[in-house]
Write a protein that binds this ligand. Structure first.
Ligand code: NAD
Ligand code: MG
Length: 410
């Protein structure tokens, strides 16, 4: 497809993933407004080649060198003049190009941290799907946004919903980042609480005694959303909601007691903001990530996303319930990590990534995911992560300890 030359340049970090593909679907509807400058992925040369054929970006990057060599040969044979690059540094570089104004941060996990930070430091509009990057770095991330003049738009559906429910001046201050813990912007905006909704995933009603035997495919079969495997397992343990709780505190400068998790099995209300006058403002829609992606691309305007309009009559009832912390220990662990501060959220995230990977490759049971995280957290000493190098060191250390814990379980 062809893009207009004066269109906004975009880099997509993680273009072959679930969010990456949804982003390209939205962009394909707006060739006059946006131009794909760079696409990046880990190792899927086949899918990236298909995307290159359609979107003809200036650059395509694969993390894996062997896969990049195959992609380069395919691109050359097809006579396409996309430059194929390889490796982690090249992914960071295309996130910071002068010809790029917007960066979709949709790499999964801690692997997305440095590319996302490269885009932040280069002052881009950051469409943040990679919640792990913010969970790991918290105040460093928010300060880097403020220092560079970047613009932060949440793409995670709940945070995008919360953002949509904010007054415009509060929206503007949240996009500018910073750490305003002293002046409490959300209180000044008349906000009493943020109500973060979650479906409860595939095991909301499964007897707790059966959870030890569930398989990776069962855990990845989310009732409402189609997503990558890591976030699908996170949704099943509700660690996803735990990470989102931490994400909400940072994005909206909220104290942990100002964010409440609420189960809502239908995934129609994507989150809510409760104001001191008794008003509760909600954002609703079909569970399709193209809505928050289009909102982040268009903000403060609205652009078409391809998502069908919500049929409220067909939707029927909307239910809300309190989460069961016994069934979902990840929720309590996340709240504790946020309250503990320092390196606790880094350890939580790292141990979770290692444990989820072990579960997906059938080395540990489903219920052992949160046991591993709990063990690693209990044995941790907290440090103040006041630079990215310290964050990366704490992350690496926690990953190693999570692996040791998994080896002991076996
Ligand atoms: P996914 O697994 O479908 O895709 C991940 C992408 O990251 C792929 O393009 C992959 O090639 C790339 N990648 C993985 N490891 C990499 C590495 N080491 N170096 C470079 N690239 C690498 O994941 P997803 O479901 O699209 O999720 C992406 C992010 O968005 C996650 O942080 C997730 O929490 C967040 N998110 C996803 C959804 C959703 O609906 N899928 C919703 C909200 C937030
Ligand atoms: Mg979400």
């Amino acid at each position: 497809m062809s893009f207009s030359a004066d269109a906004i340049g975009i880099t997509i970090l993680g273009s072959t993933g679930s969010i990456g593909e949804s982003t390209l679907d939205v962009l394909s509807r707006h060739g006059q407004k946006f131009r794909v400058v760079a696409l990046t992925a880990n190792s899927n040369a086949t899918k990236l080649f298909q995307q290159i054929q359609t979107f003809q970006p200036q650059y395509a990057v694969l993390n894996d060198a062997q896969a990049a060599a195959k992609l380069r040969a395919d691109v050359n044979a097809a006579g396409i003049d996309t430059e194929v690059l390889e490796g982690h540094q090249a992914i960071c570089d295309v996130a910071a190009l002068d010809s790029v104004q917007y960066v979709m941060a949709a790499i999964v996990g801690g692997a997305g941290l440095l590319p996302t930070m490269a885009a932040v430091n280069a002052g881009k509009r950051i469409l943040l799907a990679n919640k792990e990057a913010l969970v790991m770095t918290g105040s460093l991330f928010m300060q880097a946004v403020a220092d560079s003049g970047a613009e932060l738009l949440p793409i995670d559906s709940e945070h995008n919903a919360i953002f949509q429910c904010l007054p415009i001046n509060t929206q503007q201050s949240s996009t500018r980042g910073g750490n305003q813990w002293q002046d409490r912007t959300i209180t000044q905006s008349g906000i009493a609480r943020i109500l973060l909704t979650g479906s409860g995933g595939p095991f909301r009603e499964t007897p707790v005694s059966e959870l030890t035997g569930v398989t990776p495919d069962q855990a990845c079969a989310h009732p409402n959303w189609s997503m990558g495997r890591k976030i699908s397992v996170d949704s099943a343990t509700m660690m996803n909601k735990g990470l989102e709780f931490i994400e909400a505190c940072w994005l909206f400068d909220a104290r942990p007691d100002q964010v409440e998790v609420l189960l809502h099995p239908q995934s129609v209300v994507h989150s809510m903001v409760e104001y001191i006058d008794g008003s509760v403002v909600a954002q609703m829609g079909n569970p399709d990530m193209r809505t928050p992606i289009a909102y982040g691309l268009g903000w403060p305007d609205r652009i078409a996303s391809g998502v069908p309009l919500l049929d409220l009559v067909k939707t029927g009832g909307l239910h809300f319930e309190e989460p069961d912390f016994q069934r979902f220990p990840a929720l309590a662990l996340s709240r504790q990590a946020m309250e503990t501060g320092k390196s606790a959220s880094i350890v939580l995230n790292a141990a979770n990534e290692v444990a989820v990977e072990a579960f997906l490759s059938e080395r540990i049971r489903f219920t052992e995911i949160t046991e591993v995280i709990d063990d690693v957290l209990q044995a941790s000493e907290w440090i103040l992560p006041d630079s990215i190098d310290i964050v990366l060191a704490a992350d690496e250390d926690a990953r190693r300890r999570a692996q040791e814990c998994i080896n002991r379980l076996k």
